[in-house]
Design a binder for this molecule. Structure first.
Ligand SMILES: Nc1ncnc2c1ncn2[C@@H]1O[C@H](COP(=O)(O)OP(=O)(O)OP(=O)(O)O)[C@@H](O)[C@H]1O
Ligand SMILES: CC(C)(CO)[C@@H](O)C(=O)[O-]
Ligand code: BAL
Length: 285
């Protein structure tokens, strides 16, 4: 596996792939790789001839009081894991390479409506940072296909919307969330949790499943289910950021005529902010 940091070398290698008529699949990440990331890579291989992964802890998507400096950086282990899977090219730019003029002088991409609520409200500017860096990476890698995790559900919809609105010739694939045995969604930030907190945090998934059962079998109203979910999580020691049940496409509040809904949860376990979601097909449509 080739590891490249410069834009010039990246472009050169991508040109070679394209000249050979090879399809390129791309998996953007922030590193500290776990099984969730590796599933994205495996899916990428099923879609293309060459797989490119990027590792870049993108300063533009972090708020001022967030964990940019402490974000786990484990390049050597990441390289080993990607190389073992047969990844063709790993792109590891520095902030200076991606933002030579600094963040303030940078043109940005905004995907307003879908970015508005949930993580967009709690993390102002976050999705602008995500859309801008993913746009830049897409311009550099020119993938035919790109894989993103469903764990970051709103992010996935932001990217889908950007690709559609800006007519980018890229197929976006959402990959199901990989979980720990107790249901906790795998995430690099789980490394901030103690073993006891990890055990406790499994409740998020189990509560979302109960909420799904209530909605489908017991026909409890969306509002009541949402309230009960909030109460249970708070009783279990989580501090809620938001809980919502929304239309999967628009992310607007769920209504009876949506084809499918998504339960969206963001909650703090100690100082660690966890997000998760569960999609529910509307049985009446
Ligand atoms: N458990 C998971 N299952 C499937 N995909 C995942 C999982 N966790 C992360 N991903 C996906 O991997 C890609 C890179 O995510 P990122 O590097 O931010 O990892 P992360 O574990 O989500 O980290 P963080 O804790 O910072 O949110 C994203 O598309 C993300 O949705
Ligand atoms: C898509 C992404 C790599 C952009 O920095 C990041 O938001 C992530 O890892 O989910
Ligand atoms: N996985 C989403 C990246 C972030 O939280 O900044």
């Amino acid at each position: 596996m080739q590891t490249i940091s410069s834009i010039e070398s990246l472009r050169q290698t991508i040109r070679q792939f394209k000249q050979n008529g090879q399809r390129v699949a791309f998996v953007p990440t922030m590193g500290n790789l776990h099984q969730g990331h590796l599933e994205l890579v495996k899916r990428a291989f099923s879609e293309a001839d060459k797989v490119v992964v990027s590792i870049f802890v993108n300063p533009m998507q972090f708020g001022q009081n967030e964990d940019l400096d402490n974000y786990p950086r484990t390049l050597e282990a990441d390289q080993q894991a990607l190389s073992a899977l047969g990844v063709d090219l790993l792109f590891t730019p520095t902030p200076q390479i991606m933002y030579p003029k600094g963040l303030d002088a940078q043109t940005f991409v905004e995907v307003p409506a879908i970015s508005e609520n949930y993580c967009g409200t709690s993390r102002p500017g976050h999705f602008r940072g995500v859309a801008t860096i993913v746009n830049k990476l897409f311009n550099l890698v020119q993938p035919d296909v790109a894989c993103f995790g469903e764990k970051d559900f709103q992010q996935l919809q932001v990217i889908r919307t950007m690709v559609e609105d800006l007519s980018m010739p890229i197929k976006i694939i959402g990959v199901p969330t990989v979980r720990e045995k107790n249901g906790l969604a795998k995430s690099s930030r789980n490394g901030y949790l103690t073993e006891a907190q990890k055990e406790q945090a499994g409740i998020i998934y189990h509560c979302m499943q109960s909420a799904k059962t209530q909605l489908l079998k017991e026909k409890t109203s969306i509002q009541t289910v949402q309230q009960q979910l909030a109460n249970t999580l708070e009783t279990a020691g989580l501090r809620l950021d938001y809980i919502a049940i929304a239309d999967t496409k628009s992310l607007q509040p769920a209504t009876a005529d949506n084809k499918s809904w998504v339960i969206l949860v963001a909650a703090y376990m100690g100082n660690t902010r966890l997000i998760d979601n569960l999609v529910i097909e509307n049985p009446n449509l």
